[in-house]
Structures are given as C-alpha cells and as structure tokens.
Ligand binder design. Structure first.
Ligand code: MD6
Ligand code: FE
Length: 205
C-alpha cells in the first residue's frame, strides 16, 4: 500500500480501506447515528451553525456551541453517552498510529454536497503528543493543509473514500480544512455526501 509523507508527521495512505472495509465502516457509522443522531455544532462567538453536521463515538465527543469548543462524554441533545468505537476503527488506529493506548474521541463529520470546513488547527486536546487519524467515506473532498500559522503557504490533496490521513509530529498543529466536496465521485452511499472520522487522544498519556 502507498504511504505518502506530505510534510513531516503528515502521512497519507490513499485507499487504506478496500471496498468491503468501507462498507463495514459505513454500516457501523450508520448504526452509531441511530443511537447518537447528527447534531449541528455552532460557532461559539456567533451561534452560527457549521455547514458540517456531527456526532461521535468513544468515551469523549467533540462539541461546539455558545459555551465553546470542548470534549464531553455525552450527546448535546440526547444527553446519552456516545456509542462505543467499532472494532474496525480501533484496528485502523493501532495499525496506523502505532499507539497502544486506544483513541478517546471519534468525531463523525457529515458533509452534504454544499458543506465545507474552514482552515483550523486541532487544538482542543489537553496534550498534542498523540497524532490525529482521519478516515474518509463517500464523495472525494478537497483537503487543504498548510503550516502552523494561518499565513503559511498551503497545498491541497483530494481525499477519496477509504483514504486514511495522519496529522502528528511536527505537523500536529498544522492548519487544515475542507474546501469542498465533489458530489457524485463515490458510489459507496447511493447519495451525495461524505463522512470523515477523526480519532484522537484527548488526555495526557
Ligand atoms: C475532514 N478533517 O477531513 C476534516 N483534522 O473532513 C480534519 O479536520 C482533520 O482530516 C485532524 C486530522 C485529520 C483531519
Ligand atoms: Fe481538523
């Protein structure tokens, strides 16, 4: 399998999950969403909803509303604990990160054809030692990444269904975002859209 180091600590495995593995993971995500439905996170300052809808699995989930960005152990609407990680997700985490400690948070992002995600850093975790691993399902997305400041030059790649991407090491705080989705580029779901899962450690080792 191809392993491309795009920058120090920023590693891309195109097609890490084959089609049957993508179908299994999609089924697991859909099962989790029956328990923990997609919610619309809101920008802390303005209360403006994100165009991406979200849910989580694992002990901690990332949420955003007028009270800020944070991790919490329950769904913001149902108040129930997040569903457990599917075994396939844990397997990908251990295989690609080399960490023996399991992830603590598994953010599920859902992009409709018009959704995008602005350039941001992942810095709500208490510790940046562990990398963040992302898995993509469905339509291809234009993923942009740069350096540790907003002004640093950026590059973009196309993340397709089954791709894995690791942001760690010297790239752990690199700015990144999703410029757009390319609707109709995947047959996985029978409808336009994309899921992206990001797996993280939140607490110090
Ligand atoms: C996305 N990904 O692919 C958005 N963050 O939809 C992220 O924000 C991300 O891919 C941290 C590490 C990897 C990622
Ligand atoms: Fe991110």
């Amino acid at each position: 399998m191809q392993r491309l180091e795009l920058a120090p600590g920023l590693i891309w495995w195109p097609g890490h999950l084959d089609r049957p593995a993508q179908e299994r993971l999609l089924a697991a995500v859909e099962r989790a969403l029956e328990e923990a439905p997609l919610f619309s996170p809101r920008m802390p300052r303005t209360g403006q909803p994100f165009s991406v809808r979200m849910s989580n699995f694992g002990p901690l989930g990332w949420v955003a509303d007028e009270a800020g960005y944070r991790y919490q152990p329950f769904h913001p609407d149902t108040r129930r604990p997040w569903p457990e990680f599917p075994p396939d997700v844990l397997e990908a985490w251990h295989a690609l990160t080399g960490w023996t400690a399991p992830p603590e948070a598994g953010l599920i992002n859902w992009y409709g054809p018009e959704a995008r995600m602005g350039l941001h850093q992942d810095r709500d975790e208490q510790d940046f030692t562990a990398p963040v691993l992302s898995l993509s399902l469905g339509d291809t997305a234009v993923f942009r990444f740069g350096g540790d400041t907003r002004r640093a030059p950026t590059r973009s790649i196309r993340l397709a269904s089954g791709d894995a991407l690791l942001i760690g090491g010297d790239s752990r705080l690199a700015f990144h975002g999703i410029d757009r989705i390319l609707p109709g580029t995947s047959t996985l779901m029978g409808q336009p859209g994309r899921f992206n899962l990001t797996l993280r450690r939140v607490t110090p080792p």
